[in-house]
Design a protein around this ligand. Structure first.
Ligand SMILES: C=CC1=C(C)c2cc3[nH]c(cc4nc(cc5[nH]c(cc1n2)c(C)c5CCC(=O)O)C(CCC(=O)O)=C4C)c(C)c3C=C
Ligand SMILES: [Fe+2]
Length: 388
């Protein structure tokens, strides 16, 4: 029998406050998060943004106990999935590969090689595909595969997104129904789906299917729930000066407050584990905004974590993937010409396009960083990139 492995992909989060700066540096060094025309610009800019953001980010992690719970929860999910697979007669080992923190994807792949895995299912813990999340991990894996001839022996298959899975939809609907039952009049509570945002240009210029998948997912959860409640979809966690997917969560909450809505149940929709954006951003920041807007009864649906129906649905995804033809990184990262997942910054048009505006802003910022560096250190930017 072939040795089977499952690689769960996730973003990762800093375990301790001291890790926040390095975690942010890793995140902003990723060209799928910020893509620059000259690769040598990536690290200095990542360092600059990470340094500027570290303090605020640390304050937020402090409010949720001093670190991200993501590693612990993802490891629990891996264990639960491994047990479920074994119960189903599938002798598989489940590995965790994080994009920006330990255990890194590279560490997981090294272990997979040591364990001589022959059949590998690659399953991102993001129900919907985005070039900034699953896409980034697939690109990294593609690079590892190209660089390591020994990996060619592994027969792998990739699950690009899986939000349509009936078990996932059922688990989400169950959690929402349980939370609605806490309201005095459950049918009156407004269901507020809050998805993690991405810059608008990822969708409009880069062809990221993320927004369409989020909208479809929301509709499917509402159908599965089969209740009369009103609902709204909004996007949270915006970073930086460019426009992101709208409506922004904070604006949508204020609007609902102005309409006289007093009871809402918030559903985090783009992530399956508790993390800083549920525990801090929704539970603390958005709650405050909602209460100021007159929404007195604000409740949040917990993340799926190790919900048994959810773990069972992951098991079914893995079993189905083992029984279907393999799908490669190049198929999911660059699927079909007409559906090209091109990155916003890869497609260039002349004129005052939004891409040009973004670039003008970035170049101005780089000029500003160069000026500050030179004033502080007495050396120009070429010194820092090793050219002087
Ligand atoms: C589906 C989920 C996510 C998408 C899409 C996504 C895109 C995205 N994120 C940033 C910037 C940051 N993300 C940060 C942390 C973070 N993001 C996600 C999920 C998605 N990100 C997770 C699960 C986490 C980790 C949370 C944890 O518990 O540690 C951070 C760091 C935290 C902070 O300082 O706010 C940043 C920054 C961008 C720019 C982006 C799309 C381009
Ligand atoms: Fe993020």
């Amino acid at each position: 029998m072939a040795r089977v492995g499952v690689l769960l992909l996730n973003l990762g989060g800093p375990d301790r406050l001291e890790d926040v700066g390095q975690f942010l540096f890793n995140l902003f060094s990723d060209p799928e998060i910020i893509r620059l025309p000259f690769p040598w610009m990536q690290k200095p800019l990542a360092w600059f943004i990470a340094t500027r953001r570290a303090k605020t980010s640390q304050e937020n992690y402090k409010q949720i106990g001093g670190g991200s719970p993501l590693r612990e929860i993802t490891e629990q999910q891996a264990q639960a999935l491994e047990s479920k697979l074994r119960e189903a007669g599938e002798d598989a080992t489940v590995y965790v590969g994080m994009r920006y923190w330990h255990p890194f994807t590279e560490e997981a792949i090294a272990q997979i090689r040591r364990d001589r895995v022959e059949n590998l299912v690659i399953l991102p813990l993001y129900p919907q595909f985005s070039i900034s999340t699953s896409g980034s991990s697939f690109r990294l894996l593609e690079q590892l595969w190209n660089a390591n001839p020994e990996l060619q022996d592994i027969d792998y298959t990739v699950i690009p997104s899986w939000y349509k899975d009936p078990g996932y939809l059922q688990a989400m609907a169950d959690l929402i129904a349980q939370k609605l039952a806490e309201f005095p009049n459950p049918d009156r509570a407004h269901i507020f789906f809050s998805a993690h945002g991405v810059p608008l240009s990822y969708v409009t210029e880069g062809g990221d299917p993320y927004q369409q998948e989020i909208e479809d997912c929301t509709n499917r959860i509402m159908q599965t729930l089969n209740r009369p409640n009103e609902h709204t979809l909004a996007y949270q966690s915006r970073v930086g000066p460019v426009e992101w997917l709208k409506p922004y969560t904070e604006d949508a909450l204020k609007e609902l407050g102005e309409k006289g809505i007093e009871e809402i149940v918030v559903v985090p929709i783009s992530f399956v584990s508790e993390h800083i954006e549920t525990l801090q951003e929704i539970d603390i920041e958005y709650r405050e905004i909602a209460e100021e807007a007159g929404i007195g009864n604000f409740r949040r649906v917990p993340a799926l974590n190790t919900h048994p129906i959810f773990i069972n649905s992951l098991k079914s995804l893995v079993v189905n993937a083992l029984n279907t033809p393999s799908r490669t990184f190049s198929e999911v990262v660059r699927p079909k010409k007409e559906k090209m997942k091109m990155y916003p910054q890869e497609r260039w048009e002349w004129g005052m396009t939004s891409a040009a505006e973004v670039w003008n802003g970035r170049l101005a910022m780089l000029g500003f960083i160069a000026l500050i560096l030179e004033l502080v250190s007495g050396h120009g930017p070429l010194h820092f990139v090793g050219l002087l």
